[in-house]
Design a protein around this ligand. Structure first.
Ligand SMILES: Cc1ncc(COP(=O)(O)O)c(C=O)c1O
Length: 459
């Protein structure tokens, strides 16, 4: 009989499996346990970002090489976490090591441009079909610049974002990111809810929220706030709610509605940019945003963000109407790493290999889902993929909220104890393939997934 997420037997079974797997997890990691205790005394919360906190315990890493990382206890993992989607190059890639080592010997910071910055910008212009670029140091900075730029270019103050989408932690986008009922309002007319503390209502109110895959809701929002919306910031494929692809024509409709209203469209391709295709969703799905933001895999493991745009929009930066600044923008070390990443590592061959590896993982997991009849399906695009624990496709954040997160946590534990590192908070996150993964790595993932699926259905 098929398992369903809401039957009592499945829920009890998941709770039991989680308890058992968490016990194994803790047994395998005594050195991490000691570090957790020590770090609490000097690092707030014992970590360097709240997203590093995992249940049952934060994992402390010692080093990485190729497709693998190693924890403080010496345990090896195939790394599909990829540092939250940033390590498409894999670990210690020889081209990146060479570029960074050579550069650091020549000085690593001047706050003046170096030649590599122009070469990286030229390569991004070629890939994304947008002529002008600037650099910053993170995805948060990139989307903050995008929001400022949309306001500077239009002279309007409101922006629109998609419910459930994460664009970094600056005030304008920390709205309706990961909130539950009842504050979030009706599905077709979501409320703008501050995602966390320290965010003034006056700023939250300037960010309007729409459901993903609902062009009519976007059109209505523009009608209701006529002439006051500077632009829309959105991930063209939603990637902080598993993976939610756009429905056919949705992105083209969004582009038309935004431009008909004299507003601007910013695609946040921080996650998707270099991982789903060489020129991101922007090129692969043929929609023309005014602005694209990048970060994560761009830096080859160093902190890097970028904002690219049309000549008209980026002209606001060029002529000083918007001051895009930062001490470390275009840092020489980061640029050397980004250049090696773009020109020597993420080559056409790698994108083709990702197609093969993705097929292995998708087909392997789908086979186990069918065989064990668990309520799940696989969504994957380019180097990114995830198992969504719902029998039917998820089209927006409200449907995503309905999924029982015990499935993804239990799956995360099975993978972890089986030597595969996935992002904690597995329900929202994805796997990332790197240029250094191979068939055996994909095989280990599928074999752990199969073991998990059997364990769930056997009980
Ligand atoms: C789509 C998207 N935009 C922006 C950000 C913020 O990037 P960062 O963590 O580098 O500030 C993230 C981070 O996960 C993201 O997923």
């Amino acid at each position: 009989m098929a398992l369903t997420a809401d039957d009592q037997t499945t829920q009890t079974c998941l709770d039991e499996l989680i308890t058992e797997q968490e016990r194994r997890f803790l047994q395998r990691q005594p050195a991490s346990a000691r570090m957790v205790e020590r770090a609490r005394r000097s690092l707030a919360g014992g970590v360097t970002s709240n997203w590093q906190i995992a249940r049952p315990q934060t994992v402390w890493i010692s080093h990485g090489a190729g497709s693998k990382i190693y924890d403080l206890d010496g345990k090896e993992y195939v790394d599909f976490h990829g540092g939250y989607g940033a390590m498409a190059v894999g670990h210690a890639h020889p081209a990146v090591v060479e570029a960074v080592s050579t550069r650091i010997g020549k000085g690593s910071h001047f706050a003046q441009p170096t030649e590599d910055a122009t070469l990286v910008a030229e390569e991004l212009a070629r890939r994304f079909g947008l002529p002008l670029w600037r650099f910053c140091n993170s995805g948060t900075e990139a989307t903050m610049d995008a929001v400022h730029l949309m306001r500077a270019a239009t002279g309007r103050t409101k922006i629109v974002k998609v419910e459930g989408a994460y664009h970094g932690h600056h005030d304008s986008v920390m709205v309706s990111v990961a909130d539950g009922y009842p504050e979030i309002g009706p599905a077709e007319r979501p409320e703008s809810v501050a995602s966390g503390s320290g965010l003034p209502d006056e700023i939250i109110d300037l960010t309007l929220v729409v459901p993903f895959n609902d062009a009519a809701a976007l059109e209505r929002t523009f009608d209701e706030h006529h002439g006051t919306i500077a632009g829309v910031i959105m991930e063209p494929v939603m990637m902080n709610a598993g993976i939610i692809p756009p429905q056919p024509d949705y992105l083209a409709k969004v582009e038309r509605i935004v431009h008909n209203n004299g507003a601007l469209l910013a695609f946040d391709e921080v996650k998707t940019g270099l991982t789903v295709a060489p020129g991101g969703v922007t090129v692969s799905m043929g929609v023309s945003p005014d602005i694209v933001t990048l970060a994560k895999s761009l830096g080859g493991g160093l902190p890097c963000g970028a904002i690219g745009g049309t000549a008209e929009i980026m002209g606001c930066i060029a002529d000083g109407r918007y001051e895009q600044v930062g001490t470390f923008n275009g840092n020489p070390l980061t640029m050397a790493s980004a250049l090696a990443t773009l020109t020597e590592v993420l080559t056409e061959d790698v994108y083709r290999r990702w197609d093969d590896l993705r097929s292995l993982m998708v087909e392997g997991c789908e086979g186990a889902i069918d065989q064990c009849d668990i309520p799940a399906h696989v969504v994957a695009i380019g180097a990114k993929g995830c198992v969504t624990f719902s029998p039917t496709p998820v089209t927006n954040y409200r449907e995503f909220l309905e999924i029982d997160d015990r499935f993804s946590h239990c799956h995360w534990l099975f993978q972890h104890n089986g030597g595969v590192f996935l992002p904690p908070w597995g329900k929202a996150e994805q796997w990332l393939l790197s240029a250094q993964h191979d068939d055996d790595d994909a095989g280990r993932f599928v074999s752990n997934f199969t073991e998990f699926a059997k364990a769930v259905s056997d009980r």
